[in-house]
Design a protein around this ligand. Structure first.
Ligand code: UD1
Ligand code: CA
Length: 428
């Protein structure tokens, strides 16, 4: 193993203006810290995270997903700042890669570029269009001279657009020598890791700047940056799927989770949201559908349909205002305004407008099993548990509360009555 990895995540994250710690803020429904951990474990198996604020909460989230992570604690009162975070750290490998918990967009490839052992001190830098509060990088020929924190920078230094990404790959022995020399004599009275550069230079070490992408290495400090990071992640994801052959209409209006998968030829209309481990195969998802954790094969869904979790829908037409949950549907049509929950419906069956599976009795959920070639008339209620066998006709407006055998007609409605001239008798 070439590098030990340390992820800094002990800061208060005050700019988020939230009780929830910064690194647990979510991007595409996943805590920010998990993105960088995933990349870290691809490169090293000595991965540590420094925590302090809401340590237990963050530790749980980390260990639930990456149980091999080593957790360290920073004393923010005694040793505040990014160098204070390294106080109790002992790397195993010859090189230490330091990352921040608030950088969810970094790619594995870029980290590999940084752990270049030809140099004792690599610093990731980028040219920013809007350098905001990033630490400014002062270069001297090919080497990096120093990093000045925005708060401490002069007017001239603030005009520099070269920024410190906050990611460093340092020879571990060198790091251990320098750390005790860092002081807190600055505007924020914090121990700045960025001061390690100046100190290493004083030891004659050449600081190697590694140019990286500004957006990939963005630090997410507030809710605006959180939304930007999510947007960038969405752009990446949709670009990937479009390259795989998926059609997205007005892609900037579409949201997909990182775990969503497409196969074959799919077409996704505007304003669609697809979440969780959904799988869409050779299907059309029309405008304004919401799909959660469901599988859709050779079907057309929507517009305005809601697939809640655990549906498996094959060769079917699901129209507008149809809600499905835990429904196994095969070759069916449900054109409009239905609730199909906890059910299995087999091929050739037509679900009329307004059909409802009454799956909940107030305590438990029950199943509706519906066979092949069933015609369910509009506005029928199926009181689960219920079983409707093949080739059945359910008359419109029926309340199905018992098993219906193969080939039967089921009808239960109040008999209709017409009382002639009733209106005139009542009101005159
Ligand atoms: C830091 C850099 C800045 C760089 C920017 C890149 C320093 C002093 N500044 O600024 O040069 O341009 O990142 O995004 O390093 N943290 C701790 N303990 C602390 C303070 C912070 O673990 O005492 C952690 C935070 O949780 C965070 C990371 O370190 O994950 C960076 O801290 P943050 O406050 O976001 O630093 P920036 O002001 O963004
Ligand atoms: Ca930051």
């Amino acid at each position: 193993m070439q590098s030990s990895i340390l992820i800094l995540a002990a800061g208060l994250g005050t700019r988020m203006k939230s009780k929830k710690p910064k690194v647990l803020q979510k991007i595409c429904k996943k805590s920010m810290i998990l993105y960088i951990l995933e990349k870290a474990f691809k490169i090293s198996d000595d991965v540590s995270v420094v925590l302090s604020y809401e340590k237990e909460l963050i530790e749980k989230e980390i260990l639930d997903h990456f149980p091999k992570t080593k957790i360290l604690e920073q004393d923010l009162n005694k040793f505040p700042g990014t160098a204070g975070a390294l106080k109790n750290y002992k790397p195993q490998a010859k090189q230490t890669l330091i990352l921040c918990g608030d950088m969810p967009l970094i790619k594995e490839q870029s980290l590999k570029k940084l752990i270049d052992t030809n140099y004792d001190f690599n610093v990731a830098i980028f040219n920013a269009k809007d350098p905001k509060n990033y630490g400014r990088v002062i270069l001297k020929e090919d080497s990096l001279e120093k990093i000045v924190e925005f708060k401490d920078a002069s007017e001239e230094e603030r005009n520099v657009s070269l920024c410190n990404a906050g990611v460093y790959a340092i020879n571990s022995d060198l790091l251990m020598q320098i750390l005790p020399l860092i002081d807190n004599k600055n505007e924020a009275k914090e121990y700045y890791l960025t001061d390690a550069i100046k100190l290493a230079r004083e030891k004659g070490v050449l600081i190697h700047p590694v140019f990286v992408d500004e957006f990939e290495f963005m630090g997410v400090n507030d809710k605006f940056e959180l939304s930007k990071a999510e947007e960038l992640m969405q752009d990446e994801l949709k670009k990937y799927w479009m390259k795989q052959g998926v059609i997205f209409h007005l892609p900037h209006t579409i949201y997909i989770d990182p775990d969503v998968c497409f196969e074959g030829e799919c077409e996704i209309y505007e304003n669609v949201r697809i979440e969780g481990k959904s799988l869409i195969v050779n299907s059309i998802i029309k405008s304004s559908c919401v799909i959660e954790e469901s599988e859709v094969f050779n079907s057309d869904i929507g517009p305005l349909a809601h697939l809640r979790p655990k549906n498996i829908i094959k060769n079917s037409h699901i129209g507008n205002f149809v809600e499905c949950k835990n429904a196994k549907l095969n070759k069916i049509k449900a054109g409009h305004l239905s609730y199909l929950g906890d059910c299995e419906i087999d091929e050739g069956t037509n679900i009329g407008c307004g059909v409802i599976t009454c799956n909940y009795d107030g305590i438990k959920k029950h199943k509706s099993i519906i066979g092949k070639n069933v015609f369910i008339g509009s506005n029928s209620e199926l009181i689960a548990p219920v079983n409707i066998e093949d080739d059945v006709i359910i008359a419109a407006g029926s309340c199905v509360d018992k098993k219906v055998e193969k080939g039967a007609l089921f009808i239960n409605r109040a008999t209709s009555k017409i009382i002639k001239d009733y209106f005139y008798k009542k009101f005159q």
